[in-house]
Write a protein that binds this ligand. Structure first.
Ligand SMILES: Cc1ncc(COP(=O)(O)O)c(C=O)c1O
Length: 368
């Protein structure tokens, strides 16, 4: 059996390169590299795909979170989020001068525990639900709390392009939804890119200015902003790929279903889908005993795996100033020590999934 990497981006490139290179040739010939009509067309198409009024393309998922936080005036406010996420979610809270307030995650779906949020969050704060691994957080409860306590809601959708919560796309529940188009994401560029979606015209205009040094018209600056502009070359890739996103998400979900079926007799805990929601399986992450030994065993058998994430944010040295200790968020900590992501990319074949599951079963038969 050929090696099975954790992610393989080549099959998509092979399929789409003719269309992408055609667009790139046109852009190169016109020297139109940054923003421009390719970007505004992508913004329109992505907003419409999500069911939002506006989309603002930016240079990464991190810059998307940063300008959303800044445009929604989060400086000096408490910003509640999960410690079980990629660091950018919490880093950007500090970049914009907010105060981090971590809350633990749910045991079954790994998204922020809304009961803990309800009992502790102060009014007029901010919440960033993270739709981790490709599944929406408990948005009914979060939006109820937000309404009661006058919270600003910024959804971190970096891993959940196209995921639906009760029939509505993630990113459209709160004030803004932030996406990453890092190459390995469900919708990935050929470099760094990101985007914020929202339904408020003034907010979208402000974010458009903030991404370009606080200017609408070149060399006239109304705010102190950033260079967070998105490349036209990336927008071109994203426009070609967007047409396939639903098909790819369905293939990921089918792969996940097959894994869960084949692993049902093993000591592995497989991911659960929230009733009424769709899961787009950016990651198919299982929770396993003897995680590191299993990962080594799979590696020796040509199977790539990854750990998302080995240390929850509250225990990272970078956040030591918050004064957290082991035991503060036990669900996130337990998940960090047992989670293991398996290859789930859309082009994965059933025979490859069967092989991965055989090797997992074999490992537990041998190791007990
Ligand atoms: C949950 C989450 N938020 C934010 C980001 C940041 O996105 P980017 O890498 O495009 O800056 C990522 C990227 O992996 C992510 O997974």
């Amino acid at each position: 059996m050929k090696e099975i990497p954790i992610v393989d981006l080549y099959p998509q490139h092979k399929k789409l390169k003719k269309d992408i290179f055609k667009k790139w040739k046109k852009l190169c010939n016109s020297s139109s590299f940054v923003l421009g009509s390719e970007v505004s067309d992508f913004e329109e198409e992505f907003a419409s795909y999500c069911g939002a009024k506006y989309a603002v393309g930016v240079s990464s998922g991190t810059s998307a979170l940063h300008i959303a936080l800044e445009a929604l005036h989060c400086r000096n406010r408490n910003v509640t989020t999960s410690p079980f996420t990629f660091i950018a979610t919490a880093e950007t809270i500090l970049h914009c001068g907010g105060k981090i307030n971590f809350k633990d995650i749910e045991k079954v779906y790994y998204t922020i525990n809304s009961d803990q949020v309800a009992s502790s969050v102060s009014s007029s704060g901010v919440i960033i639900p993270v739709h981790i691994y490709g599944q929406g957080a408990d948005m009914d409860s979060i939006m109820k709390i937000a309404l009661e306590k006058n919270l600003t809601v910024i959804e971190d959708c970096a891993q959940a392009h196209g995921a639906e919560y009760k029939g509505k796309k993630v990113g459209t529940f709160g004030d803004a939804g932030c996406f990453s188009f890092y190459p390995a994401k469900n919708l990935g560029a050929y470099g760094e890119a990101g985007c914020v979606i929202c339904n408020d015209r003034e907010l979208a205009d402000l974010m458009k200015r903030l991404r370009a040094h606080g200017s609408k018209d070149k060399y006239y600056h109304t705010e102190i902003g950033y260079n967070y502009r998105i490349d036209a070359l990336q927008a071109a890739v994203l426009r070609v790929k967007l047409k396939y996103l639903d098909e790819w998400n369905q293939a990921r979900a089918a792969n996940a279903l097959l894994y869960s079926k084949l692993l049902s007799e093993t000591p592995v805990t497989t991911p659960k889908i929230r009733p009424g929601s769709t899961h787009v399986f950016h990651q198919y992450s299982i929770v396993v005993p003897k995680r590191d030994a299993l990962s080594d065993y799979l590696g020796r058998n040509g199977i790539g795996t990854a750990v998302h994430y080995p240390v929850p944010l509250h225990l990272q040295p970078a956040f030591s100033f918050l004064g957290h200790k082991k035991g503060d968020f036990p669900v996130a900590e337990e998940l960090s020590s047992g989670c293991l992501s398996l290859p789930v990319y859309p082009e994965l074949k059933d025979s490859q999934i069967e092989y991965v599951c055989e090797k997992i079963a074999e490992f537990y038969e041998k190791k007990g």
